[in-house]
Each structure stands twice: as C-alpha cells, then as structure tokens.
Design a protein around this ligand. Structure first.
Ligand code: FPP
Length: 265
C-alpha cells in the first residue's frame, strides 16, 4: 500500500483523454532485451512483464477502457528455445494461481483467445477454471491471447463453419466474426506495440482491420501509465475513416484538423 498523502496520489491519477478506445490490444514486446540490459535471464524479463500487466490493467480501467487484449504467447513462439517456452507456460500457470483471486475480486473478466490443444492438460484446466470463475465480471475484459495466431484463428473459424455444413452463400463477415475465439468483443480501436518494432506479428488480424496503431521503443516491463496515457492521447488525435472519405476526428479538441474533411481512405 502507498503511504503518499492523498493530494500527491491525486496528482498521479490518470487524466482521461476522451473519447477513450473501447478496446485496446497490446503486443508486449521487449521483455528479453529488458532483461539482457540488466544482465538477467530472459525469463526474468517475462516475469517483469507479467507484473506490468497488472499495473496496465488497472490504469486501463481508470482510463475507461472496456477490453484489454494482451499478446502473451503466439503460435510462432513455440520456435523459441525449449527452456523459454517451458518458462512461459509455467509463468502462465503461476500467474493464474497467484492472481486469479485478486483479478476476480477486482471485477476482471478473463477470456482466452487461442488454441488450448497442445498445452499441458493441467494448464488447460487452470485456464478453463479462470474463464469460468470470472465469467460474470464486468469491470473490464482481459483477453489473453495465448497460443494465439491471427491466421490460425481465421482458419479455425472456417473449419468450424465447414464442419457445421454452413453453405458458402451464408458465410458473411458477420457470421465469420461469430466463429472467432471470442465472439462478442468489440473490434480493437487501438493496437499498441512496445519494444520498437513495427510489425503486427499475426495479432488480431481479422479484428484489427480498422484499428489505429501506436508504437513505442519502450520495453514492455517499462511501459507505464504515462506511456499508456500518451498512446491514448495519440489515438484521440487520429482521424478514422473506416475506408470512407469523410474523416472523423476522434477528439476534435486534441487536433488541429477540422472534425470532418474530405480525404483519401
Ligand atoms: C516478447 O518479448 C514477449 C512475449 C514472448 C510475450 C509476452 C509475455 C509476457 C508479458 C509474459 C507472459 C504472460 C503471461 C500471461 C504468462 P521478447 O521475448 O520477444 O523480447 P525481445 O524482443 O526483447 O527479445
């Protein structure tokens, strides 16, 4: 618990840049480099990364974000050294064990995007239990992309559609959306990537079709509330056109541009 006086704590309280994205996705990159810079093993970086998820989740609630999606382990991450893969699997199990009670008390609804097949049965049970325990919570949704790939998600959706014998003419974008790993989430408005790279890395390919992107060189364990505020402010100044020509400034007060203008998609 903090021993700061109330007025000092208030000064640190996030100011809410409005309107806030409903759904923020984060590609949490840079754990390994964060650790290496400190002469620590890569897994120490992942542990620090897990600690940071809790902080950013709380800040997201305070900023009014409804859904936070985090990219915790991709279908491509199996290519990492076996020690690191095993370490990441254990870390997920330990995190559920240690944090589930708190997350549940804090009203966090956990959902999982990804394949459970291929994951150790006891970890599968832990994940299923976390989803079940928190399913009625509504303060914020934490969508954990674990053993996740955007292409695999679309492929899995198509396979289920075909298995159910749905005729091709009935397969619409809306229908396919219902077959994604988590069907009833709003599309992400903002995708943040930490760690300095500019790639999407197979994250939420279908859902992020019209998301705004934000990149920062900060490594994930150092990405704090101020950094999140900066990302949300950058988002608030963007113009979203959704493929049309009439631009919508998300927060006209935060931009030099007029609220609507004719521009190319
Ligand atoms: C990339 O950093 C990050 C990941 C592989 C996934 C992020 C994982 C966590 C924050 C911890 C695991 C989360 C849970 C819920 C168990 P990197 O290793 O690619 O960093 P680098 O680019 O500096 O090498």
């Amino acid at each position: 618990m903090t021993s700061q006086p109330a007025e000092q704590r208030a000064a640190h309280k996030p100011t809410n840049p409005t309107p806030t994205p409903r759904h923020v996705g984060i590609i949490m990159d840079g754990n390994g480099r964060w650790a290496q810079n400190r002469g620590l093993p890569r897994l120490a970086g992942h542990r620090a990364g897990v600690d940071n998820i809790k902080r950013i989740l709380e800040s997201s609630v305070e900023f009014g974000v409804e859904v936070l999606s985090i990219y915790a382990f991709s279908t491509e991450n199996w290519r990492r050294p076996p020690d690191e893969v095993t370490g990441l699997m254990r870390l997920l199990g330990l995190t559920i064990q240690r944090q589930l009670g708190d997350l549940n008390r804090n009203g966090v609804k956990i959902v999982h995007s990804g394949r459970l097949e291929g994951i150790e049965p006891s970890l599968q049970r832990q994940v299923r239990n976390a989803l079940e325990v928190t399913k009625n919570n509504s303060r914020i949704v934490l969508n954990v992309a674990f053993n996740y790939g955007g292409r695999a998600e679309i492929l899995d959706a198509m396979r289920r559609i075909m298995q159910e014998g749905i005729p091709p003419e009935a397969v619409t974008e809306e229908l396919l959306s219902h077959y994604l790993y988590v069907a009833d989430l709003p599309d992400p408005d903002l995708i943040i990537r930490t760690g300095g790279e500019w790639r999407l890395s197979n994250f939420l390919l279908w859902q992020a079709a019209y998301a705004e992107y934000y990149q920062t060189p900060t490594y994930w364990p150092d990405f704090n509330e101020d950094e999140l505020r900066r990302a949300l402010e950058a988002y608030a100044g963007r113009q979203r056109r959704f493929g049309g020509v009439v631009a919508q400034t998300i927060n006209p007060g935060n931009s030099q541009s007029p609220a609507t203008s004719v521009a190319q998609a």
